[in-house]
Structures are given as structure tokens and as C-alpha cells.
Design a protein around this ligand. Sequence first.
Ligand code: ADP
Ligand code: MG
Length: 485
Amino acid sequence: MSYIVQGDTGDWEVVIGLEVHAQVASQAKLFSGSPTAFGADPNSQVSLVDAAMPGMLPVINAYCVEQAVKTGLGLNAQINKISVFERKNYFYPDLPQGYQISQYLHPVVGEGIVTVDLADGTTRDIGIERLHMEQDAGKSMHDQDPKRSMIDLNRAGVCLMEIVTKPDIRSPEEAGAFVRKLRSILRYLGTCDGNMEQGSMRADVNVSVRKVGEEGFRTRAEIKNVNSVRFIMQAIEIEAERQVEVHESGGDVVQETRLMDPNKGETRSMRAKEFAHDYRYFPDPDLLPLELTDDFIEGIRATLPELPDDKKQRFMDDMGLSAKDATTLVADRESAEYFEAVAAKHDAKKAANWVTNDLFGALNKAGLSIADSPISAEHLSKLLTLMDDGTISGKIAKDVFEIMWETSGDPEKIVEEKGLKQITDTGAIEAAVDQIIADNPGQADEVRGGNDKAIGWFVGQVMKATQGKANPQQVNQLLRDKLKG
Ligand code: ADP
Ligand code: MG
């Protein structure tokens, strides 16, 4: 679905390209052995290399390279067997080297594709332009001292992957779906933890607008360092609106870097956009070009897990799930594993129903993730078994589910202790049926007179009398036998 901004002069569409910075999951930095744990005391994870002491030499971390290649393979992308680290020169207090080691003309990963899943069940392919490795910078802290700013270099030198899309995205919804899908793939791969709140993933959002039907793109502005899916979507809406106004009032959108202020609901100019030549890129003389062998690449390919798109296809083709359920279940690896554990012993559609509706509903309401679910896959599977073998009815199962949610208890024990077993003893059900018929002669006559709807009413009464424990099919049959037989 296309996203349109209505202006005074007609309809405008928005064009978006994202540059996502994803922190590589690695215990050590890209060119030093310093640790990378989140939340450590300031400057407690800084080596002489990270602090850029004179004469220090970078030594590449092979694991980071593996992680970048693995990510490239997960994005269906070209792996470049030769790539080059270059110095990107700029001054900033949190960058003691005076340059960032990055890849520029020859990135380790080239073009790829990410398929995003949209709310209406359709998918769209978004092109990946490139993925390159680079060092993160440190962090300036302005709230530690009234007069001075402080620098924390813990992040300095941490390996980032910059993943750049083609300008293929056309709406805030697609941008959000892209980031969620990318995060899901990175988490499946184990190459980035995807924790946006901790800064492990953040995006620069490039936005331009053009008249619907117009060829080519107009000038874009870039909104820097947006750190949540919601803010990314919001930044696009705000920026598209602003640019339409600029164009319509006869002005020019300038290529610049902007910052978003989510509180004010606006973006504001931060600096004129710098161009590549401003950075005086050149190959880092301390580092050889990175050469990868086929064996290295194929060795990594052999370790790839089943990724969400393949899993989704398998859930649809082999298990008969709908696209919607399959998409929901594969969104994260833990959910998919949970579902598969339940579906191992049960009808897949039934398992999907319980997991996506009952379990995810309860988790969402409580703000919990699947890893924190009070109901284990094993227990949910047992609950379905109790229904399948007729020990409890579907209605009672819902009640047992509630108790399992509260207590993390074993459904077999709950059913036993609370006496919730379905009454299959025909004698007991028959007694209840007879009683209800005797108490309600008027209704009974209606059924006898051919009103089948009234049977439903009787079933309800009998179920009530037996606290939901009678087998509904049996009740139905008995009523028919007695009233119509
Ligand atoms: P830079 O590195 O200078 O920011 P790139 O050429 O790498 O520039 O592009 C950065 C991002 O901007 C890419 O994601 C690209 O898809 C996007 N982009 C390029 N042109 C446009 C445009 N006219 N409108 C929206 N996005 C664009
Ligand atoms: Mg950019």
C-alpha cells in the first residue's frame, strides 16, 4: 500500500533509504582485544589501540569478519572476496584517532535482498546496496559535570556493520517492517543482538518526496541515529510532511543531516550534508586488503541456521499454516522453536492457534517475551493432549490455561486437583439431562415441535449444571435421543 502525502498541488509519495548500524555480536572489538559488554563502567574497556596511542597497530578480529560474512549470506547478498579498510577522516572529541576505520569503495558485502512482511499479509523485496564493517566511536557525556563534558571510550573500536538499503522503501510501514525483519534475521544468525534500546541497532533515515508518477528522485535529507522502530516511522512521516511544504512553497529541499526530536514531533537541521570527498578516504596503510577464500565463505555458509523466510515457507507448505500465522510464528527464533515443540505432537493448525492467540495474547498483555512465558511448550503440549484424549473439554482447557498462566503449573496436576475431568460417564450426564428436561417442560415441547435452536439452549443448561465438565457431543446426542428419538 503506498503512502501518500496530500499537498495543495497534488499527491506526493515518499522515497526512503535506510543505513542501519548494527553492532556485531563479538566479545572483542574489531581491531583490539578489548571486551564489548554493555553497561560497563566508563573507560573500563579501552585498550591502547582503542585510545589511539601513537604507534599502536590495529589487528583484525577474524570473528568479526566471519560475522559480517554470515550476515551477508543471510541477506542473500554478494560476498566480495577482496575488500579494503579505509580511513574516514574527521574530527570529533569521541574519536581519538582522528579517523574512523571503515570500508568505502570495496565493502565486504555487495548487493542483496530482504523480503519484508506487511500487515496485510503481502511481502515486498527491499534491495540491499551494501554491507561494510567499521569501527564505532566513543561517546560524549554531557551530564556528569556542570562545566565539562566527559568521554567514554568503551564503544570506541567496537565492530559495526553498516547495512545500506537501496531507495526502495515507500512508506513508514515498510520502513518499520524492514527494520523488524532485518533485526529478526540478525538475531537468527546470532550476528547482532538487535537490542535497539541498548544502541546495538540504530538507523540513519534518508527521505525524499516526489509527485506521484514522477520519474527519478528528488534531493533527500538524512535523519541521523534514530533508535527505535517507532521513531523511524515517525521521523519519515514528519520529514515527508516538511519536505512537501518546502516544495510546494517554491523552496528547495537541501541535502543535509537532520536530527529528530520525538517530543516536539519535528526534525531540525544539524549540519549541511558532508560529501564523501570531505572525508579524504584512503586505504589504511596499517591494514592489508581483506582477502577471503572460497573455503572460508563456504564454511560459514554451512553454519547458517534455517532463516525466517524458509521457516515460514515450511510452516505453510508442510504444516498447512496461513501466511499470517506463519509470519507471526517465525518473527523470532524462540517463538518458532516453541511452536514446533507444541506442533511435534499435535495438529499444527491447532497448535498455531493456541500459540498465536492464547499464549501471544497473554504475553502481549503482560509485556513479556516468549523466553519469560510462565507456560512452557511442554505444558502447553500436555494441555492439548488432555483435550485430544477427551480428558477435558475445549472450554475447560481455556480455564486450565488461565491457571497455568498464573501458577506455571502442570496441566495434568491442575485438572486432577481441581476435579476438572470431563464427565464421560453416560449415567451421570443422563441424570443431568433428565433433570433439566423435567424442569423445563415448555422448552422441551418446543424442541419436540421441531425448533432445533432450542436444543442449543438445553446443551448450555446441561453444561452449566455440570460445571462445563460434560462432554458436549454426548449431551447433544442424549438430548436428541430423548426429545426427538
Ligand atoms: P551517504 O553514504 O552519503 O549517506 P549513499 O549513497 O550511501 O549516501 O546513500 C545513503 C542512503 O540514502 C541509501 O540508503 C540510499 O538508498 C538513500 N537514498 C539515496 N538517494 C535517495 C533519495 N533521493 N531519496 C531517499 N533516499 C535516498
Ligand atoms: Mg548516510
